[in-house]
Design a protein around this ligand. Structure first.
Ligand code: ADP
Length: 302
């Protein structure tokens, strides 16, 4: 069982020749919407990878919230702790993508910003019954902290994906079983520049000295530097034809939680999560790119 505490957004994407400057209007874009938000992405990735997932989140009572919840139900995610907020709109991200794939993103957190410590307290049962809890940083920090405390008290393994990057206090870090920064997030958290695997090893050491049990620094196509549980090594990624790396980290975290919940040893769980994330980068989009368990198992047999 997996519990996810986090954000749900609707991504509204306009693909166009170039991103408009302030005051400028450009015609000729192509519009798509897609479900997103790191919490929702990780919940969907975990559910597809074979986890029984409960999501703790807040959306509005608008059309976007309705569509998000419908999507979760379609992926067999338990939505009994997805709260509907009458006062705030659902979270949205407005995204411009230019012809080179460069993007410019504005996020209105809306209801995500109202996910409170009291909300996660009300979901204590769902968190305490889980094998693994997953969190990110698109909801208020005191809410993340409360969820981590509930998991720590219940002896539930917790994963914090510290994205988007933000400074974190040592008290929160001590409550986390597994921290999964990417390179730039690890740089922000440690102040160390990461260019080589040796740099990643040093940053992982620095984070573990702050009290995090296991540190996994994701290094894009190179894979993951693993520190903790008796491992201090690079677990290489898979070579694939990357089309769109959006949500690679989200798929990694969701799949990792599933493998760990199944009792898979850390190194092997990271290998499984690398496979899921590698498949996702060969496909467009965030949630649409998350692979099923069958697809992950088939990829690993290849
Ligand atoms: P984020 O998406 O959060 O920036 P990374 O870029 O580190 O995080 O990617 C997370 C994981 O996704 C990597 O550790 C790896 O397993 C996988 N991944 C990302 N990019 C690629 C790629 N180009 N080829 C294969 N795997 C990838």
């Amino acid at each position: 069982k997996i519990a996810v505490v986090g954000s749900s957004n609707t991504d509204m994407i306009i693909k166009m020749e170039r991103i408009p400057k302030p005051g400028e209007t450009i015609l000729g874009g192509e519009f798509t919407t897609a479900p997103g938000g790191k919490g929702a992405n990780q919940a969907v990735a975990a559910a597809r990878a074979g986890g029984a997932v409960r999501l703790v989140a807040r959306v509005g009572t608008d059309m976007f919230g309705n569509q998000a919840v419908e999507g979760f139900v379609g992926d067999n995610i338990d939505v009994s702790h997805v709260l509907r907020d009458r006062g705030e709109p659902s979270g949205v991200a407005l995204i411009f993508v230019d012809h080179q794939g460069e993007n410019s993103i504005a996020v209105a957190s809306g209801a995500n910003g109202r996910l409170s410590p009291a909300d996660v307290q009300a979901a204590t049962g769902a968190i305490a019954e889980a094998d693994v809890l997953i969190m990110q940083l698109e909801t208020p920090l005191d809410t993340v902290s409360e969820a981590a405390a509930i998991a720590a008290r219940a002896g539930v393994r917790s994963i914090l994906n510290p994205a988007p990057a933000q400074a974190l206090d040592d008290e929160l870090l001590r409550r986390i079983s597994i921290l999964t920064p990417n390179e730039s997030e690890a740089e922000l958290l440690t102040g160390l520049a990461i260019n080589t695997d040796a740099d990643a090893a040093e940053a992982a050491n620095a984070l573990s000295q702050k009290g995090v049990g296991v540190v996994l620094i994701t290094l894009g196509a190179r894979g993951v530097f693993v520190h903790g549980d008796g491992v201090h090594d690079l677990v290489p990624g898979f070579e694939v034809e990357a089309v769109d790396t959006t949500a690679a980290g989200d798929v990694f975290n969701g799949a990792l939680a599933v493998a760990l919940a199944e009792g898979t040893p850390l190194g092997e769980a990271v290998h499984f999560a690398n496979a899921a994330a590698a498949i996702s980068v060969t496909r467009l989009g965030a949630q649409p790119s998350a692979p099923s368990r069958q697809e992950i198992d088939a990829f690993l047999r290849e």
